[in-house]
Design a protein around this ligand. Structure first.
Ligand code: TXD
Length: 307
C-alpha cells in the first residue's frame, strides 16, 4: 500500500503522521511546493518510527515522480481560510492548485483513489473528478466525517457522556449549508430529540455549522487540523482495510437524494474499491428542502469554474 499526501501543511502533515502510526501504508509520500519542508517533515516523522514503532517509509518531495503507483492520494494542498474569509473566497485559487495536482496524479497513479480535503470541499472534489477522468467511485470528499465528529463532540459535552456512545448523521455540503439530522443522531441508540429539547439541539447544530469558523477565530492564523486529519484518515483506513464503514462523504450524485450532477455529502459504504454503495433514506420535506439548498450552493460554485 502506497499513500501520497499532497500538501504538507497542517492537515497534510498531521494526516501523514496518523497514516504512518496506524501503519496504513508501507510508503507515505508527502508532496509540497515549499522547498525542503516535506523532506524535513517526512524525515522528522520517520525519526519517530523507532519510538512509535511503525514501519512505514516516509518520503518528502516537491515533485511527483516519487508518487507513481499510489493506491490512495489525499489532497490537502491549497490556501487555508484566514479569519473573516469564507470558504468560497478560496474557490478560484484552489481550483487552479487542485487542477494542477490532479493532472500530475492522474498521470502517475491512474488507478488510485483520491480523497479530497481542500476547500471549498465539494467543489474541489468535483475539480479532481473532472480533471482526473476517474470513475466516480474513486473520487471522494472529506467533510461529513469532520462535521459529524464536531456534532458528536458537542452532543457529548452537552450531556456529559462518552463520545463513544454518540453517533451523528450529517448530510449536504461542507460548512454553513450542512444538514445535520438530529432524528438520526443517537446516544447509545436513543434519538437526540428524546434527550434534549429543540432549543438545545438548535444551539448545538448551529455550533456545528460554525465549527470551522470557531477554530479559525481561536487560532488567529490557519484553520483546524487535528480533527480534519483524523477524519480523512478514518476514511482512508476504511478503504485500506476494506472495513465497509458507513461514513458521510462528498460523492458525485446521479439522482440519489433527488440530486443530480453535483458533489454532496451523503452516507456511503467505503471499502477497497472506494465508494461501494450510497445509503439512501427518506427525508422529511423540511430536510429535503435544506439538502436541495445545500446542493444548489455547490452547483452554483461549480458553474463559476471554467474547466
Ligand atoms: O473539512 C474539510 N474538508 C477541511 C478543509 C478541514 C480543514 C481544512 N480544510 C482545507 O484544507 C483548508 O481550507 C485548506 O484548503 C486545506 C489545507 O488546510 P491546512 O490547514 O493544511 O493548510 P496549510 O497548513 O496552509 O497547508 C496547505 C499546504 C501548504 O503547505 C502549501 O505550501 C501547500 O499546501 N501547497 C501546495 N502543495 C503542493 N502543490 C501545490 N500546488 C500547493 N499549493 C500550496
Amino acid at each position: 500500500m502506497k499513500i501520497t499526501v499532497v500538501g504538507g501543511g497542517n492537515v497534510g502533515a498531521t494526516a501523514a503522521q496518523r497514516i504512518a502510526e496506524k501503519e496504513l501504508a508501507n510508503e507515505v509520500v508527502l508532496v509540497d511546493v515549499v522547498a525542503g519542508m516535506p523532506q524535513g517533515k517526512s524525515l522528522d516523522m520517520y525519526e519517530s518510527a523507532p519510538v512509535e514503532r511503525f514501519d512505514s517509509r516516509m518520503i518528502g518531495t516537491q515533485g511527483y515522480d516519487e508518487t507513481a503507483g499510489s493506491d490512495i492520494v489525499l489532497i490537502t494542498a491549497g490556501l487555508a481560510r484566514k479569519p473573516g474569509m469564507s470558504r468560497d473566497d478560496l474557490l478560484l485559487k484552489n481550483t487552479e492548485i487542485v487542477q494542477g495536482i490532479t493532472q500530475e496524479i492522474a498521470k502517475r497513479s491512474p488507478n488510485s483513489i483520491i480523497v479530497m480535503v481542500t476547500n471549498p470541499l465539494d467543489v474541489m472534489t468535483y475539480v479532481a473528478w473532472k480533471v482526473s477522468g476517474f470513475a466516480k467511485e474513486r473520487v471522494i470528499g472529506m467533510a461529513g466525517v469532520l462535521d459529524s465528529a464536531r456534532f458528536r463532540s458537542f452532543i457529548a459535552m452537552e450531556l456529559g457522556v462518552s463520545v463513544k456512545d454518540v453517533s451523528a448523521f450529517v448530510l449536504g455540503g461542507h460548512g454553513d449549508t450542512m444538514v445535520p439530522l438530529p432524528r438520526y443522531s443517537t446516544v447509545a441508540g436513543i434519538p437526540l430529540p428524546d434527550l434534549m429539547d429543540k432549543a438545545t439541539i438548535d444551539r448545538i447544530v448551529d455550533r456545528t455549522r460554525n465549527g470551522g469558523a470557531e477554530i479559525v477565530k481561536l487560532l488567529g492564523t490557519g484553520s483546524a487540523y487535528y480533527a480534519p486529519s483524523a477524519s480523512a484518515v478514518e476514511m482512508i483506513e476504511s478503504i485500506v482495510r476494506d472495513q465497509k464503514r458507513i461514513l458521510p462523504c462528498a460523492v458525485w450524485l446521479q439522482g440519489e437524494y433527488g440530486q443530480k450532477d453535483v458533489f454532496c455529502g451523503v452516507p456511503v459504504k467505503l471499502g477497497k474499491k472506494g465508494i461501494e454503495q450510497i445509503i439512501q433514506i427518506k427525508l422529511t420535506p423540511e430536510e429535503q428542502k435544506e439538502l436541495d439548498k445545500s446542493a444548489q450552493d455547490v452547483k452554483e460554485n461549480i458553474a463559476k469554474l471554467k474547466l
